[in-house]
Design a protein around this ligand. Structure first.
Ligand SMILES: Cc1cc2nc3c(=O)[nH]c(=O)nc-3n(C[C@H](O)[C@H](O)[C@H](O)COP(=O)(O)O)c2cc1C
Length: 291
C-alpha cells in the first residue's frame, strides 16, 4: 500500500459519517479510518458519553454505528475508488467479524482496522482483544475473508500487549495500530457519582501520548510489520516522537476535534525536521529511539 504521507485520521472521533473521513483526505491526511462498524446497528449509550478531563477526553459512546449492511451501502455511494480509507470493524467473536467483513468487502477501500481494543463495551473490544487465542482466530478468519491489508488495533489496557500483537501477526495481520483509549472512570462531584452514563470510559488526548509511545516502542522491539502510532498526537513534534519510537504512520483523533485541518501543517513540520536533521527519508527516522 502506498500512502502520500504518514498522517491519518483515527477511528470514530467524528462519528460514523463518511463525510469527515473524506474531508480528512481532502485536507491532507495520508489515510483516514472510519468509525468501527459491527454486524447490527447500535444506538450507543445515553448521554453523557463524553467528558473533558485535564489533558484529554474520556468517552464511552458505546460504539454507535449503522451496522454493516447500511454502511456497505454508504461505501458504495461514495466514489471511493482508490481512496486510502481504512474501514474499522468490530465483533464479539471471529464469526461476527467474518460476517461484517464479507458484507463490506466488495466495496472500494484500502484496508481494514480490527477494533480489538474498545475499553467500554461488553462482549466486544478488549473482551476479545485481550485474549491472544481470540485475536488469533479473528485475524485468521478475517484474512481468509479478504484480500485487503488488515491492521490489528491494540489495547493499552493489558499486560499482554506483545503477546496479543504476536497472535495477530502470526495469524497474518499486515500491520498493528497502537493504541486505543485507556480505560478510565471519571467522577462528577456535583452528581456525586460517575460522570459518564456508562461509568467506565476511554481516555484519549495528550495525556495518553507517553503510554502510546511506550506501546509503540515495545512493539517495534519485537516486530518488523508496519506500526501505526495513535494516542495524543496533535503536532509534527508528536508525530516525530511516534516515528522515533518505531511507528511508520501516525493517527490523529482527539486533536482533530479542536482543529480538524491540521494534517498539512504536521506534514510540513515533518519534512522540515527531516531536512534540518539530515535524514534523507522518513524510514531513516523510524525506530531511531531504540538502542
Ligand atoms: C469520541 C471517540 C470515539 C472513538 N471511536 C472509536 C471507534 O469507533 N473505534 C476505534 O477503534 N477507536 C475509537 N476511538 C479511539 C481513537 O480512534 C483513538 O484510538 C484514541 O482516541 C487515541 O487517539 P487520540 O488521543 O489521538 O484521540 C474513539 C475515540 C473517541 C475520543
Amino acid at each position: 500500500m502506498h500512502l502520500h504521507n504518514p498522517t491519518m485520521l483515527a477511528s470514530g472521533v467524528h462519528g460514523s459519517s463518511l463525510e469527515k473521513v473524506i474531508q480528512a483526505l481532502r485536507v491532507g491526511a495520508g489515510a483516514a479510518v472510519t468509525k468501527s462498524i459491527g454486524l447490527e446497528p447500535r444506538e450507543g449509550y445515553p448521554e453523557p458519553t463524553l467528558v473533558d478531563v485535564e489533558g484529554g477526553l474520556v468517552n464511552a459512546a458505546g460504539l454507535p454505528n449503522p451496522g454493516a449492511e447500511e454502511f456497505a451501502e454508504r461505501l458504495a455511494q461514495i466514489n471511493g475508488k482508490g481512496l486510502p480509507i481504512f474501514v474499522s470493524v468490530f465483533g464479539g467473536d471471529e464469526k461476527e467479524f467474518e460476517r461484517v467483513v464479507r458484507i463490506l468487502d466488495g466495496n472500494d477501500f484500502a484496508a481494514y482496522e480490527l477494533n480489538l481494543s474498545c475499553p467500554h463495551v461488553s462482549g466486544v473490544g478488549t473482551e476479545v482483544g485481550h485474549l491472544p487465542e481470540e485475536v488469533s482466530r479473528v485475524t485468521r478468519v478475517v484474512k481468509t475473508a479478504t484480500d485487503k491489508p488488515v491492521f490489528a488495533k491494540l489495547s493499552p489496557n493489558t499486560e499482554r500487549l506483545v503477546e496479543v500483537a504476536r497472535a495477530a501477526v502470526d495469524a497474518g495481520a499486515d500491520g498493528l495500530t497502537a493504541i486505543n483509549t485507556v480505560r478510565s472512570f471519571p467522577i462528577d462531584v456535583e452528581k456525586a457519582g460517575p460522570a459518564l452514563s456508562n461509568g467506565f470510559g476511554g481516555l484519549s488526548g495528550a495525556a495518553i501520548r507517553p503510554i502510546a509511545l511506550r506501546c509503540v516502542y515495545e512493539l517495534r522491539e519485537q516486530f518488523d510489520v508496519p506500526i501505526v502510532g495513535c494516542g495524543g498526537a496533535a503536532t509534527w513534534e508528536d508525530a516525530v516522537q511516534f516515528f522515533l519510537a518505531g511507528a511508520n504512520m501516525v493517527q490523529f483523533g482527539t486533536s482533530t476535534i479542536k482543529k480538524f485541518d491540521r494534517f498539512n501543517d504536521v506534514n510540513l513540520g515533518i519534512i522540515s525536521y527531516l531536512e534540518r536533521k539530515g535524514f534523507a527519508k522518513l524510514e531513516d527516522l523510524v525506530g531511531k529511539a531504540h538502542a
